[in-house]
Design a binder for this molecule. Structure first.
Ligand SMILES: Nc1nc2c(c(=O)[nH]1)N[C@H]1C(S)=C(S)[C@@H](COP(=O)(O)OP(=O)(O)OC[C@H]3O[C@@H](n4cnc5c(=O)[nH]c(N)nc54)[C@H](O)[C@@H]3O)O[C@H]1N2
Ligand SMILES: Nc1nc2c(c(=O)[nH]1)N[C@H]1C(S)=C(S)[C@@H](COP(=O)(O)OP(=O)(O)OC[C@H]3O[C@@H](n4cnc5c(=O)[nH]c(N)nc54)[C@H](O)[C@@H]3O)O[C@H]1N2
Ligand code: SF4
Ligand SMILES: [Mo]
Length: 719
């Protein structure tokens, strides 16, 4: 018997980054709480942080390296969920096989044949190493992660306008806002602890909340104004607010003159967006737009919080720019209690981006096509001059599209699940079948790993050390609480062991090395290369995280950005036009489908569907407005078929006023009713993010037998 222990660590689910206290008895986590003095969450946790950790004990978890029994061929690759289709092997055999095949393909086809998906659930150290492996050993920038499917358009827009893409302010500052806008963010389900602070801002501190969202999300109950636009019409709504602010003299002339550029071109392009025009496109009554403009435009401290309702469109970049324009126009940026705040999703999506798991940037957003940056990384990794690839790599969606002879042949997936998370899954399936060699490094054989040749069992966050960077740029510790389950290993260790084998086969040594003894050494290497992380060391964040930028070892961290200047100098206004979504409703497909999340579940479901969370929310539901349901003669609980131009699924209806008329909502967590069979893979031309928030569908009644049975729901398998 060991003593009972408490281990303080960071939640593995969302970007809020709550502190967890794991209660252990004999290396078994029997309870999770949070200390009252935790800086992010003050002892509060949502249901996932508190109860959702048990996936790590799931019998479905794979803790032995595996190799497929039947060799897979491109074009005829199949999925194997059942362990009987795999051979349990030693780590040596698994890693040697992976290294042999990867090097063989690289030798034959060169860098463009190699690609990797990195993992926003894994640590900064894990992500730093995977991008180093891909860049330094395979000489390609073909590495990306789920940020591409997430806030890519927010990132691009913020880079264009201010030169930095992170949240500008700290989430807890919401209580210092007089007015705040929440748009495209179902915050009480997806960032629940930030939602608590927002509710307090309204109820205790008198802030006024403006919700701009096409669903009647919970935060509408706290809102002074709710603008329910048709999905895909944010530009007209926010541009009309700018129009009113300009017309009514509410613009901050001093801020515009001293801190911004390109104002005239922007102001001219706002002329056409009268509230009446915006109403005709978006359906939002013009009086509401005018009121919202006055409220935001005359506030002393106003902030904008947004999530995926903004970027996940073919015009996602324009959507995000329409928000940025508003903040520049009113000077609501660069001070405490203001800001442009894209709420980041995964526990470590900010960190995976900071760590360089991206095709256009080295760690720290240093561009791969910038000569000085490339030379810096060549020197650090001891690579011959000119050795690193100077070309932008492929993004997540481009990698999948490039799987073909002459294109990507080998894919390494560390902790992602494209076969659930990418749009138009029938197309993704076709592409996955064409891969020549596939490695999956995960806790579970998910729908994508089921296609793999080699499966490498990683540990969960509770079985390893490292750091996560949360949505407000806070780098926090992750502490090993229990030994790795079975034969699993932490991602960073797997990557080091693999890299050494690849190096040996290539006869190429990256003498900056792969012999790390502890993740602290990896973070130290990264902090030497990334100025914003220069002052971060494990010792400094044992008690409390530090918010980047942390430029030196005594710097206290940066709660809000841009007080003096923007990273690009002046903030740049962007003129805008309205562009409709790629697929609009018509007679055949009369409803708009928007997709997203529910409180209890996580993305493709690998974690929460292998957890108690699945008992709380066991079955996929489509939200339909009562008027639409009456017209379609559908009742709550009845099975329905939802069909788009790309696919069709059967699930139960949830008739609820949370859905507005003409718009239905389906969460994408459920394999047996996979929402992404329906979604459109059209992308924003600049940010390459898919249009998850608007597809056209029709709904027809279905029979009970067409639904997945409860047993089938429990089993993972082909959808
Ligand atoms: N429980 C849970 N929490 C999560 C996650 C999870 O899987 N489960 N995932 C995490 C991740 S990675 C992310 S990125 C975040 C995502 O957090 P959110 O973006 O809040 O998640 P979604 O459910 O996609 O909600 C999108 C919101 O946009 C609205 N919307 C739809 N179309 C439009 C539109 O055209 N314009 C506007 N303005 N709004 C629109 C929807 O009604 C919804 O309120 O959540 C994180 N937190
Ligand atoms: N229709 C629709 N589709 C969407 C979205 C939407 O709103 N609508 N949102 C998009 C967004 S914002 C996102 S972020 C993506 C998410 O898409 P993905 O990142 O593809 O989805 P996840 O299900 O989170 O996959 C994470 C995997 O990592 C594994 N894992 C967890 N921890 C670790 C670890 O420490 N190490 C390793 N190696 N593996 C680990 C889990 O078991 C799981 O299999 O989905 C996108 N897809
Ligand atoms: S709000 Fe996010 S970080 Fe906090 S407990 Fe819930 S899932 Fe974890
Ligand atoms: Mo995300």
């Amino acid at each position: 018997m060991k003593e009972d222990r408490l281990v303080k660590t960071t939640c593995p689910f969302c970007g809020v980054g709550c502190t967890l206290e794991l209660h252990l008895k004999d290396d078994f986590i029997y309870r999770v709480t949070s200390p009252f003095d935790s800086v992010v969450n003050h002892g509060n946790l949502c249901v996932k942080g508190r109860f959702g950790y048990d996936f790590l004990y799931s019998p479905n978890r794979v803790t032995t390296p595996l190799i497929r029994k039947v060799p897979q061929k491109p074009g005829a690759r199949t999925q194997a969920f059942d362990l009987s289709e795999w051979r349990e092997v030693s780590w040596d055999e698994a890693l040697d096989t992976a290294a042999d095949r990867m090097v063989e393909i690289y030798r034959r086809d060169g860098p463009r044949a190699m690609a990797a998906y990195s993992c926003a659930k894994a640590t900064n150290e894990d992500n730093y190493l995977l991008q180093k492996l891909i860049r330094a050993l395979f000489r390609t920038n073909n590495i990306d992660h789920c940020t591409r499917l997430c806030h890519a358009a927010s990132v691009v827009a913020l880079q264009m306008a201010v030169g930095s893409s992170a949240m500008s302010n700290t989430a807890a500052e919401v209580i210092q806002n007089d007015v705040f806008i929440v748009t495209g963010s179902n915050v009480s389900e997806n960032h629940p602890i930030i939602a608590l602070q927002m509710k307090a801002a309204v109820e205790k501190y008198g802030a006024k909340l403006i919700v701009v969202d096409p669903r009647r999300i919970e935060m509408v109950n706290y809102a002074a104004l709710w603008l329910a636009q048709k999905p895909g019409t944010d530009v007209p709504v926010f541009a009309a607010m700018a129009h009113v602010i300009l017309k009514e003299g509410l613009a901050n002339r001093e801020f515009i003159a001293s801190r911004t550029e390109n104002f005239d071109a922007f102001a001219e392009s706002m002329e056409k967006f009268t509230p009446a025009v915006a109403e005709s496109i978006s359906g939002v009554p013009q009086e509401l737009i005018i009121q919202a403009a006055r409220m935001y435009g005359s506030a002393k401290n106003a902030a904008i919080y947004w999530a995926l309702g903004i970027p996940e469109h073919t015009h996602g970049t324009a959507n995000a720019l329409s928000l940025i324009n508003l903040a520049l126009l009113t000077g609501n940026i660069g001070r405490v209690g203001t800001g442009l705040n894209p709420l980041r999703g995964q526990n470590n999506v900010q960190g995976a981006s900071d760590s360089g798991a991206m095709p256009w940037h080295y760690p720290g957003y240093q561009r791969v096509d910038d000569l000085a940056a490339a030379e810096k990384f060549e020197a650090a990794w001891k690579i011959e001059p000119g050795g690193l690839d100077r070309n932008l790599g492929l993004t997540t969606t481009e990698i999948m599209a490039a799987v073909q002879p002459g294109g990507v042949r080998c894919l390494y997936i560390m902790g992602e699940n494209p076969m659930m998370s990418e749009p138009n899954l029938n197309h993704t399936r076709h592409q996955m079948e064409q891969i020549e060699f596939l490695v999956a490094q995960d806790l579970f054989i998910n729908e994508s790993g089921a296609f793999a040749d080699v499966f490498l069992p990683a540990t969960s966050w509770a079985e390893k050390d490292g750091t996560f960077t949360n949505t407000d740029r806070r780098v926090q510790r992750v502490l090993q609480a229990i030994p790795p389950r079975g034969n699993s290993r932490p991602d960073w260790r797997i990557l080091c062991d693999l890299a050494l084998r690849i190096e040996k086969r290539l006869g190429r040594q990256v003498s900056a090395g792969w012999n790390y003894q502890h993740p602290a050494e990896i973070l130290e290497e990264m902090s030497r290369l990334v100025p914003d992380y220069a002052g971060i060391r494990y010792e400094r964040i044992e008690k409390e995280g530090l918010q980047t930028p942390v430029p030196d070892l005594t710097h206290p961290g940066t709660p809000f950005l841009f007080s003096e200047r923007f990273p690009r100098g002046k903030g740049k206004f962007h003129p805008l036009d309205y562009v409709p979504s790629a697929e609009m409703p018509d007679d055949d497909f009369p409803l708009i489908l928007t997709t997203g999340r529910v409180l209890e579940h996580w993305h493709g479901g690998s974690l929460t569907r292998n957890s108690w969370m699945d008992d709380l929310y066991p079955e996929a539901l489509v939200e339909i407005n009562p008027a639409d349901a009456a017209r379609l003669k559908i009742e709550s609980g009845q099975p329905v078929r939802v069909t788009s131009r790309r696919g069709s699924i059967v699930l139960r209806a949830n008739v609820t006023p949370k859905a507005v008329s003409g718009v239905v909502f389906i969460p994408f967590h459920f394999r047996e009713a996979a929402a992404n069979l329906l979604t459109n893979d059209a992308v924003d031309p600049v940010a390459k993010i898919p249009e998850y928030k608007v597809s056209a569908v029709r709904i027809t009644p279905a029979r009970e037998e067409e639904l997945a049975t409860p047993e089938a729901r429990q089993k993972r398998g082909r959808y």
